[in-house]
Design a protein around this ligand. Sequence first.
Ligand code: F6R
Length: 584
Amino acid sequence: MCSIIGYFGHSEAAPTLVRGLGRMEYRGYDSVGVLTGSDNKFVLKKGVGKVSEVNAKLGLDQLHGSMGIGHTRWATHGKVTTKNAHPHLSNSGKIAIVHNGIIENYEELKSNLQKNGYKFQSETDTEVIVNLIQQNFDETSDIKQSIIKTVANLKGHYSFVVIFENGTLVAARFHEPLIVGVENDNYYLSSDVLGFIEKTDDAIYVDNEDFVIVNNTGMHIFDFDGTPVKYQITKVSKEFADVYKGDYAHFTLKEISEQADTILRTEKNNQFQQFINNIKQSKNLYITGSGTSYNAAEIAKYLMSKFAKIKVDTVISSELPFSPDYIEQDSTLIAISQSGESADVLEAVRIAKKSNTSILSIVNHLNSSLSQESSLVIGLNCGPEIGVAATKSFTSQLAILYKITDELCNGCINPDWVKVSAAISQILSSQSNIEGIAKNLKEISDIYILGRGIHLSIAREAALKLKELSYIHAEGIAGGELKHGPLALMDSNVYVIIINPNDSTYTDTMNSANEIKARGAKIIGISDKESDIYDYWIEIPPIDEPLYPIIEIIPIQLLSYYTALEKKTNPDYPRNLAKSVTVK
Ligand code: F6R
């Protein structure tokens, strides 16, 4: 949920660190800091706000020195203040740290350090790590030993980069991402390849429970026991460098607009057939995910039971720890995740593995922790998604889940992807209508989205998009449940979006729309069929019945985006959220 970066090399560190942090800001964006080192001296600047704002105010990129560390924060321990922003110095002022993750036993460690005379400036768990390193370094006078001793005492999950005033950088990884970029004698230690992709596409994905030391003798990687490990340099896809907004005002709009193309790019890769065979042979099939990825799982459940007659259990990843026996022995778990780094999803996978369950994953980041934990992986191939709200990754997840279901039912859906793509293009071309409707949502506080059957999961995904982007309280409701409670909420202050394609749910959903209309609420109808009942009609093209979900989410993504603009919030970086939720 934070991004960390370190640089050791022959150029000025600060401009590289600041550019890298700007690209990784999707991971957290409430405060930022940079520290550089030269001539045995540290210079540190940090502040609250986005990278560009703090840099404009403090000139982070003007600091001198050919080694340094930097951080963007998504607060976990302690409020959003300059004091809590990283980097943090040890008490001696000779060691500094940036950290991503959570130290679960930090209170116990802190009180031990306090007993030994250490003082703390911030409320963070991070300051505990750097002081523990100092204590261990003072005892051993050996950087490697001080790291081995420190990681042996830490509980939780973390990656960190530490800078020593004597000219050494160290980074360690425990269940949080850490990647080294290598460019001759220049080294980049980062949470994401985006931290250094402009400089090099040679990367080392550091294994879990390994640490890296970089100094004048070069780079060395060890496991947590101190044994040197062999590493491999991988060429990272240059497409990761392609994260510019181009002519679009925001990444979110760019990513929504790419979907006519990205749904065509999902491939049946060389693991696809094994994926299918594994599902066919599995005794029990579960699908897990968080947020939007969980909504995709719910659609898969519907598709697989209806078309492939396969019984599927879905489980919200963060709920599995509370019912670990839910997963039967020798089952199959499909884990869906855009980032492949969501802590909840990774924990669900680890729990499932204890029941000898095979893990199949559907991810966008092929080098992610989830891919490493899985026996088979299918990639979304939709390119980097920077906007915090999941948009194109959702429709790519659906496209893959449709392809899997179609294979399982021997081609009974037979999706015409070119037609789906054309339908998405048609919806994207009528944005001005949606932009106009968004103006009416500016002042409202509640919005409900109603759907039946497979459209219920889209209603829930729609509510999630509206909450994240427009900060309007939004709720997805099953059409038939209206009269069991939500009807009490309907009055003239309320807007209801009716997901109402002209399919087998149409008549029943229309009845619900009439009941809502009679209570004075305003209705936004998303349908291929016009009706007087709608105060606002968002037209979608007709398409084969099973495929409606993929196209009907697009106008809601647009509506959420334009409502965010009306409310003058930044759709790319909704408050309090982060793109990769690597904390539990
Ligand atoms: C919603 C959103 C989040 C993510 C969730 C899971 O727009 O972005 O709800 O869907 O945090 O993330 P991944 O898919 O990376 O595991």
